[in-house]
Write a protein that binds this ligand. Structure first.
Ligand code: MHF
Ligand code: KIV
Length: 279
């Protein structure tokens, strides 16, 4: 392994400075895979950076994983900004991407620029992400030409769930070829990377081959340059039925449940606080 141990932990990029979009580009050229996780607060940001996750996404998935909405549509710029600020304040090296929420960029390239600039100026983000198809090409061009790195999210785009008819795999049959063309159009428009959600593995691989920019997959198969998961899914904080693309690497829900229940039991039983926790 050619990984180096930096003061902050292992990083597939092997550098100890800030992760830049050019590093992600170099990783694609070297065929080295990398990871992205969502993060919405200080502790997860610090832990993920130290664990060697080079890119953190403050996703609009905060809607259903922080704020308790039942989809990503209701969350606002004013709700997401403090979360972006928390993550950028807590990290030294990770590339932090702010997700543009529904209704904050679709109206026009100018609206998109205004929202993205707020995440860069007020949130300290290093890049932004937006969802959509060809109608978003002017938005991507505007950001890229204004010095704002932009990731384009294609395939299943949750902000369009009502248009797409629910949570469904995209890009089956002929639609797959159209997704490859869309990916190329976003590359030409200036996107620095693509997020590909819920498409057949063959389509994820075909897009990854067809473009020179990195692809980050979620339910898009093993052929993408990188993979992303929502952290509460990855760590098993979320319970119940999960999308097929989720793998749980821990059972944080059970761990936290037990810690809280043990605390309650000790207080109720009169054993906490003991002498060692008293003044
Ligand atoms: N916790 C969490 N994880 C996510 O991955 C996520 C969010 N929240 N919030 C925003 C969007 C919504 N996403 C979703 C939500 C549901 C499915 C889902 O139900 N998928 C099913 C059906 C697929 C099919 O057969 O067509 C699956 O089994 O994967 C997928 C992505 C992804 N994002
Ligand atoms: C699907 C995930 C990665 C996303 O876009 C989000 O967390 O908002």
């Amino acid at each position: 392994m050619d990984e180096q141990i930096s003061p902050y932990g292992k990083n597939p990029i092997g550098n100890t400075g800030k992760v830049r979009i050019r590093h992600l580009q170099e990783m694609k050229e070297r065929g080295k895979k990398w990871t992205m996780l969502t993060s919405y607060d200080m502790y997860t940001a610090t832990i993920f950076e130290e664990a060697g996750i080079p890119v953190l996404l403050v996703g609009d998935s905060a809607a259903n994983n922080v704020f308790g909405y039942d989809s990503s549509l209701p969350v606002t710029v004013d709700e997401l900004l403090p979360l972006v600020r928390a993550v950028t304040r807590s990290t030294k090296r990770s590339l932090v991407i702010a997700d543009l929420p529904f209704g904050s960029y679709q109206g026009s390239p100018e609206e998109c620029f205004h929202t993205a600039a707020r995440f860069m100026k007020e949130g300290g983000a290093h890049a932004v992400k937006l969802e959509g198809g060809r109608e978003m090409l002017p938005q991507v061009k505007k950001l890229a030409s204004s010095g704002i790195p932009v990731m384009a999210h294609i395939g299943f785009t949750p902000q369009a769930e009502h248009q797409l008819g629910g949570y469904r795999v995209q890009g089956k049959e002929d639609e797959g070829r159209q997704l490859v063309e869309l990916a190329k159009a976003f590359e030409t428009a200036g996107a620095f990377a693509l997020l590909i959600e819920m498409v057949p593995a063959a389509v994820g691989a075909a897009i990854t081959k067809a473009v020179n920019i990195p692809t980050v997959g979620i339910g898009a198969g093993n052929g993408c340059d990188a993979q992303v998961l929502v952290w509460q899914d990855m760590a098993g904080l979320r319970q119940g039925s999960l999308p097929r693309f989720v793998k749980q690497y821990a059972n944080m829900n059970a761990l936290l449940h037990k810690a809280a229940a043990d605390f309650a039991a000790e207080v109720e039983g009169g054993t906490f606080p003991g002498n060692e926790h008293s003044f």
